[in-house]
Design a protein around this ligand. Sequence first.
Ligand SMILES: Cc1cc2nc3c(=O)[nH]c(=O)nc-3n(C[C@H](O)[C@H](O)[C@H](O)COP(=O)(O)O)c2cc1C
Length: 220
Amino acid sequence: MQNAQTAGPVRIGLIVGSTRPGRRSAAVADWVGRTVAEHPDVRAGDAVVETLDLAEQDLPLLDEPVPALFGDYRRPHTRRWAALVGACDAFLFVTPDYNRSLPAALKNAVDYLYAEWNDKVAGMVTFGVQGGTRAGDHLQTVLGEVRVTVVPTRVSLGLFTDFDFSGWPQGDPTAPGRLAPAADRASALERMVTEIVTWSRALRPAEQAGVAVGSPELVG
Ligand SMILES: Cc1cc2nc3c(=O)[nH]c(=O)nc-3n(C[C@H](O)[C@H](O)[C@H](O)COP(=O)(O)O)c2cc1C
């Protein structure tokens, strides 16, 4: 286990997965943060949420000479990112669809680390023209390789169903729109957080035992 607490509240890192100027992920993450703050476990102090914004991490394209699996991090930005991720028990990823996949910045941020992700739990809020489901599918595959378990409930937001573009010129490609999630999105998010907290507590023994260390298929 890398630094995450062995007891106490489940610490959930809310990862903002895109970095471009004018990104909608910031508004989505803001809504996620506000909605999750109302979750009973968060209100009771049994779970806490910290935003980890990739735009603030400013990670270059992977520039570590040693693959993350070996845990030999040389760059200050890697160590900073490792400390933040390692302090979390679980993650809530906000990711848009970029060309039927997750943004390169998010894939890069996953690739930087290994042990800090291991044996932890994640949920996903995806968005895009078609709800960002392909980004979610790809992210789940990527997370499987760093031993993150993804809970079953996902929240999908569609640009044409969960954003309101009234007030912006029609066809303006820079119009961010206003996030206006459909009625059932908040309840799906609440269910997802319940799953994250429950599964995360269940996985703590695996996290503590460091079951990923020495996995033959990975170090061979
Ligand atoms: C490079 C790029 C590729 C995109 N590809 C897709 C796509 O394949 N499917 C989709 O539904 N939306 C796609 N979109 C639309 C985005 O999901 C939408 O613009 C979203 O707001 C992007 O997230 P961001 O605003 O946080 O950068 C793409 C957007 C960009 C910038």
